[in-house]
Structure formats: C-alpha cells, structure tokens
Design a protein. Structure first.
Length: 372
C-alpha cells in the first residue's frame, strides 16, 4: 500500500488506497458471434423503444445545444412530482440512478464506515461504497431474495448505509412492503436505508410499494428510480431520488451543477407524462414474462420467479449443458443474454423480456441446445 511518504517519491500519480481494488462494472454484451441478426437481451432494456412524446421533446433541443441546461432540473422534477404525487423540492435528478447511488455514498460514507447490500445485489453498490472509502458488507439472501433478518444481523456500530434493490437485479425477486418496513424499524436512526426501485413500474403485486410512503414518513430513507427501463431512456442517462429535505440538501451540495442534460430533462418530462406508453409496456411485459417463464420450465430449466422485466434462468450442472455453454450457443444464433458469474450465479443466465420475435427465437434456440 502506498503511504503519503511513498507517494512523494513516486514516478507517477497513484490512486488513493482501495481504488485499484474496486472491480469495475462490466455491462452486458451487445452483439452475437454468428454475424446474423442480433437480439440484445442482456441489459433489461425495453423492447418497445421510447415514447414518441419523449423523442419529439428530445429532438426539440437540437437547435439550442449551445445553452447550459437548467441546473435544478426544475421542469423534470415538477413532471415527476405530478406523476407520482410528490413534492418536487424533495427530488434530486441525476445521470442515471447510478449517479444518485454514488452521490449518496459520497455524502454519507467515509473511511472506516460500513454499508450493507445483499448477496446478489446490484454491483454498483460495492463500487459506490468502496469509492467513498467505506467497506461493503454482504448480507446473505434467502431463496435468492432479500433476507431482512440477515441484513439486521450484519449491522454493527460502523454501519452507516443499507442498499436494497426491490425488485432485485439480477434475480427478479422482491420483498413485500411489510418486510421493508420491518427492516427500517430494525435499523438505527443514523443508518440511511436506500431503496433502489429501478423496476418498480413493472411490479403488479398488492403487497409491493416502491418506498414513497416510507420516505414520506421517515428521516433516514431514500428511494431511487430510473428512466432507463420502462421509459426507454437508457441512452440519455436519467434517474432520480425522493428523499427527506436534509438528504436533498446534502446531495445538491455535491452533485455537478449541470449533472442532467437539457435533452434528458426534456425527454424525461415528456416520458413520465405519457401514461399510455407505460401501460403498453406493462401489458407487454406481463404477457411475455409469463410466457417465457412457462416455456423455459417446459424445457426443464428452473426460472427464479420474477416481477421485473427479466428472468434468471438456471441450467443443469452437466458437461456441455451449463450456463456458459448455453451462452456460447445462443451468441452464435444472435441471442445475447447476460452471464452473471460476477453476481455469484455461475450457472445462470439473465434474459430480458424482449419482443415477441426475440423471446420465441431464444426459446427455440434453447430447445435445440437442450435437445428438446
């Protein structure tokens, strides 16, 4: 480890201790290997594209690219507030929910602190935690779902933050709102609970709540959301959070002064108001999530029950039939799924629910792979 004295005599600048120990985030593949048509189902993008209203609003900024955007994202916060019944003053927007997660870590973690996330949780969490100089603590899951008791058991006097994705990526599982409230009730008041609800719009369960109620009634809960999934705006990088006033104040002090582009503000404002587009996306996902799950199970594969826009498919522990073998087979046929070894799931693939054509091609390709 380089000390301050060592650094003074170094031949080049060196990162602070811990930075080079961070495993970089690796996104899903983009292309198949066979040279034909590609069905990209590796990044949980929507198959319905983007709201026409959002595209029009985005294009409308083309003649004013020389101007700085509104640094407060005022119109976007107002549109989000109107869509969800929230006070815009308690919203911060960012370049994807990834930026919001990192800002929270930078604002509330320091060297020697601990932050908890779950066993198969989103890999941005440990990156943000380590980047802030703190120590990530992994809480075991139960049946590939968040285990509230395991999280509470991992809390120590050094714990300052807890991240949970609900629904979780890459498993697609969720915990009911009663369990989220039980988790919150068991945490010390100084610990910040971050509820990552990136896939909330897809969930159709009576016992689910994204976190708005808990944020509204608590001083130590933040809910993060994204425009990358159901709204089809992954390419403009746009996310937001709803939080107590004092958290909003802290984030606004450290975020970039123009951290959201003008095009993203315009497109996001239009997208969040296009309820018909969202309803169409929910309907498509509900139909094909059920179909893909049933078809995979007919092939003898195990699928973790999902409430998101993707499924986690588990493969046999047999030579030539494992997830890595299936991935190679699918890539040759243009089907790009997500390998999840880095999530501790070496014998599974995550598949985004795609278009009808994409879904059918993947199922047919796997049937051929398995000799079915």
């Amino acid at each position: 480890m380089t000390t301050i004295d060592d650094a003074a005599g170094a031949r080049r600048p060196t990162p602070r201790p811990g930075v080079l120990e961070i495993a970089p985030y690796v996104p899903g593949k983009h292309k198949g290997t066979g040279g034909g048509k590609t069905y990209k189902l590796s990044s949980n993008e929507t198959p319905l594209g983007t709201s026409p209203r959002a595209i029009e609003a985005y294009a409308g900024l083309a003649q004013s690219l020389e101007l700085y955007p509104d640094g407060a994202s005022t119109a976007l916060r107002a549109a989000i507030g109107k869509a969800h019944g929230l006070d815009p003053e308690r919203i911060v927007c960012g370049a994807g929910s990834d930026e919001i997660l990192s800002l929270l870590a930078y604002a509330y973690l320091r060297e020697g602190d601990e932050a908890i996330y779950t066993e198969h949780g989103f890999l941005v969490y440990p990156i943000a935690i380590r980047a802030a100089g703190a120590l990530p603590v992994i809480a075991p899951e139960k049946d590939l779902a968040t285990d509230v008791d395991a999280i509470l058991a991992a809390v120590t006097p050094r714990t300052r933050m807890v991240f949970i994705a609900n629904p979780n990526n890459p498993t697609g599982t969720y915990i009911p709102f009663d369990e989220v409230k039980r988790l919150h009730a068991g945490l010390p008041a100084h610990v910040l609970l971050v509820l990552d609800a990136a896939y909330a719009e897809y969930v159709r369960r009576n016992d689910y709540e994204a976190g708005i109620e808990l944020v509204a009634t608590s001083e130590n809960v933040v809910m993060t959301r994204t425009f990358s999934k159901i709204y089809g705006l992954a390419g403009v990088r746009l996310g937001w959070c709803y939080a107590p006033d004092h958290v909003i104040d802290a984030l606004n002090r450290i975020r970039g002064p123009f951290n959201v582009t003008g095009a993203a503000i315009a497109a996001g404002s239009a997208a969040v108001a296009d309820k018909a587009f969202v309803e169409a996306a929910v309907k498509h996902n509900g139909q094909w999530l059920a179909w893909v799950t049933a078809e995979m199970e007919k092939l003898g594969l195990t699928v973790t029950p999902s409430v998101g826009n993707f499924v986690l498919i588990h493969f046999p522990d047999e030579d030539g039939k494992r997830a890595a073998d299936a991935d190679d087979w699918l890539l040759e046929r243009g089907c790009v799924l997500r390998r999840v070894e880095n999530y501790g799931l070496p014998n599974a693939l995550r598949m985004t629910i795609g278009s009808e054509e994409a879904n059918r091609v993947v199922v047919a390709s796997l049937a051929e792979f398995l000799g079915k």
